[in-house]
Structure formats: structure tokens, C-alpha cells
Design a protein around this ligand. Structure first.
Ligand code: TYM
Length: 329
């Protein structure tokens, strides 16, 4: 059976980008693959979270994974920092990762721009740690959003390089996965870019319906088209992109026709969009509340996941040590 792996950094509540970019696909794959889904808490240290928030954020993400439908008896759900084999593989991979290629990574260049006072070594080697996450379980498929495509490509490269260097077929080359479709980018509600926690333009799975309505109604638009069949400006295109993800094809074509004939009323479009988002998030939100209140169960899930993940990780690491030449006397 092929293996699937993905992860999310614990930086707060999960939003629609996390859900439609990665989590939902993962949930759909659970019955057909050997699945690992984890909380990338070491990765989150690259942006220096407050120690007061870290544990709470990990707990939130764990509860939200379960609420979104990851079944801990089928999939392995775990917290990255519970698996000491990961940093060992990270160290070994970093010996064959070159500073030049790490400096050229798009996410690194973005971070240098965004946090010039905190360009730490963890940011530079972020893709190496991510590669260790992926290949330690010999994953074949990595369900992620568009923004993670380059990181998965780098994991492929590091896996291939390791196999070539030690003339051993230890690691399969992992591929980004979206059921054969292009990876997706869920846009934000502020008229530009992608939905993201730090962008402040996100709708969270845990948001109350009223909060979702408010956020959607505030989304940026324009005065409306004045010429038939004209191209949509980015902010409007973003609303339609969200509609395509959460609404029925009939609803999408209704609003497309309205736009093309210059009769669109953004208020109506937004109302529909908000209600269709709420249809997705409401059942999840209710379960988030239930899981968040059940600390004992969350603890049990984390311990069970750590045990399963460590068993898999240590098996791989044993092979890795052996081919590198670390042998016992
Ligand atoms: P993170 O925590 O930024 O995001 C988690 C997942 O959500 C997806 N995502 C989106 N997809 C579509 N549109 C959006 N607006 C959007 N925003 C977020 C991301 O693509 C991702 O799949 N480096 C990773 C965490 C990680 C990881 C891994 C992922 C660490 N190790 C190994 C896969 C495999 C990250 O920062 O994701």
C-alpha cells in the first residue's frame, strides 16, 4: 500500500486554505493509503511563537484534525516534536543540502523580506526538515496546497540525491498530490494573494456562522462590470474562486452569467458564498468544540500516534544509518 503524509504548522486555527488545500484531500485518502498526518511544531519555531501559545495551538490543530474527519484508528496523527528520529534524519540530510539551493527557495526569500530581523538558520534549512518529515515514512504522496509545491519538489530532490549517493533505493520520490488535478491556492478575502493566517484574511473552520457572514460581506470587490464578458479584477476573481470550491456548479454558473451580463449584485453573491461556506464549516465547528473539551482523548490520540510514527520512523532510520556506514561493533 502506498504511503501518504502531510502536515500543518500550529500557528492558530485552521482556515479554509488549510482545509481545501490539504486536509480535506487527506481525509478522503485515509481508506486507500497508509496515512500519516502530523503537527509541524518544530517548523513553527522559525517564526518564534510565544511559549504560552505553542501548546494551545498544538491542541487546537489536533482537535481540528479530528473534527475535519481524520480517524486516529485508521491514520497516524502525531506531533512532530514527539519523534526524535526526525531531527536525526534532518541532520543527515543537511550534509547533502547546499546553501545555494536553500537560499534560492521562494519561501525563504519571502521570509527574508517579511522578517529581516529574524533570518535564522532554521528558516534556511526549513525544506530539509520538511524533506525529513516526508521521507522518514517513505511517503509517496503529499497532499498540499500550491504554496508547498516547491518544498515537496525539494524533498524529491533530497530523496533522489540520498539514494544516488549511497547507491541504495531507500526512499521513494514523494510527489505533491491533488487527485491528478493541479494543486490549489485558496485566495484571501482582501483582494489579493492567498488565504493565510498571518495575512489576516482568513475564514477559519472554527468561525461562528455570524463571523463568517461578516467576513464575507466585508470582502473587497469593485463597482461591478460595465462591459459584457469583461475580465474580472483580482478581488472579484477571488470571490468566484471561493464560490467554485464551496458551491454547486449551478450556483457558480448562475453568478458567472450574471457577471457576464453586467447584472451581478455582489451582495447576493456574498450572501450565497457565506451560506455555502457555513454548510461546510458548521458540522466541523461543532466537532471542534467537542474534541477541544476532551483533553484525555486528545492525549490518547497524541500518544497512540507518536508510538505508531516512531515505529515507522525508526525502521527507516535503521536502514539509513546502515547505508551511511554507522554500524555497531
Ligand atoms: P502550512 O502550515 O503553511 O499550511 C498547511 C497546509 O495548508 C495549505 N494551505 C493552503 N492551500 C491552499 N490555499 C491556501 N491559501 C493555503 N494556505 C495553506 C498548505 O499548502 C499546506 O498543505 N511547510 C508546511 C508544513 C509541513 C509539511 C511537512 C507539509 C511541514 N512538513 C511535510 C507537508 C509535508 C507548511 O508550512 O504548511
Amino acid at each position: 500500500m502506498e504511503t501518504v503524509l502531510s502536515g500543518i504548522r500550529p500557528t492558530g486555527n485552521l482556515h479554509l486554505g488549510n482545509y481545501f488545500g490539504a486536509l480535506r484531500n487527506f481525509v478522503k485518502m485515509q481508506h486507500d493509503y497508509n496515512c500519516f498526518f502530523f503537527i509541524a511544531d518544530w517548523h513553527s519555531l522559525t517564526t518564534h511563537p510565544n511559549p504560552e501559545n505553542l501548546h494551545g495551538n498544538i491542541k487546537t490543530v489536533l482537535a481540528e484534525y479530528l473534527a475535519a474527519g481524520i480517524d486516529p484508528d485508521i491514520s497516524t496523527i502525531y506531533i512532530q516534536s514527539d519523534i526524535p528520529e526526525i531531527p536525526e534524519l534532518y541532520l543527515l540530510l543537511s550534509m547533502n543540502a547546499y546553501v545555494g539551493e536553500l537560499e534560492r527557495t521562494t519561501t525563504f526569500k519571502d521570509k527574508v523580506r517579511k522578517q529581516p530581523d529574524n533570518v535564522n538558520a532554521g528558516l534556511l534549512t526549513y525544506p530539509v526538515l520538511q524533506a525529513a518529515d516526508i521521507i522518514i515514512h517513505k511517503a509517496h504522496h503529499v497532499p498540499v496546497g500550491k504554496d508547498q509545491e516547491q518544498h515537496v519538489e525539494m524533498a524529491r530532490k533530497f530523496a533522489r540525491r540520498f539514494n544516488n549517493m549511497y547507491k541504495a533505493e531507500i526512499f521513494p520520490e514523494p510527489k505533491p498530490f491533488n487527485f491528478g488535478n493541479d494543486l490549489i491556492k485558496i485566495p484571501g478575502l482582501d483582494g489579493s494573494g492567498k488565504m493565510g493566517k498571518s495575512e489576516g484574511n482568513a475564514i477559519n473552520l472554527a468561525d461562528e456562522p455570524e463571523a463568517i457572514r461578516k467576513k464575507v460581506m466585508r470582502a473587497v470587490t469593485d463597482a461591478g462590470p460595465t462591459e459584457k464578458n469583461s475580465k474580472k479584477p483580482e478581488a472579484v476573481e477571488n470571490l468566484y474562486a471561493l464560490l467554485k470550491v464551496v458551491s454547486t456548479p449551478d450556483t457558480v454558473s448562475y453568478f458567472e452569467d450574471k457577471y457576464n451580463s453586467c447584472e451581478v449584485r455582489y451582495g447576493d453573491l456574498k450572501k450565497q458564498l457565506a451560506e455555502d461556506i457555513i454548510k461546510y464549516t458548521s458540522p466541523i465547528r461543532e466537532k471542534i468544540l467537542e474534541y477541544t473539551a476532551d483533553n484525555n482523548f486528545l492525549g490518547k490520540v497524541a500518544r497512540q500516534g507518536a508510538e505508531k510514527a516512531r515505529a515507522s520512523a525508526s525502521k527507516t532510520l535503521k536502514e539509513v544509518r546502515e547505508v551511511i556506514g554507522f554500524r555497531s561493533f
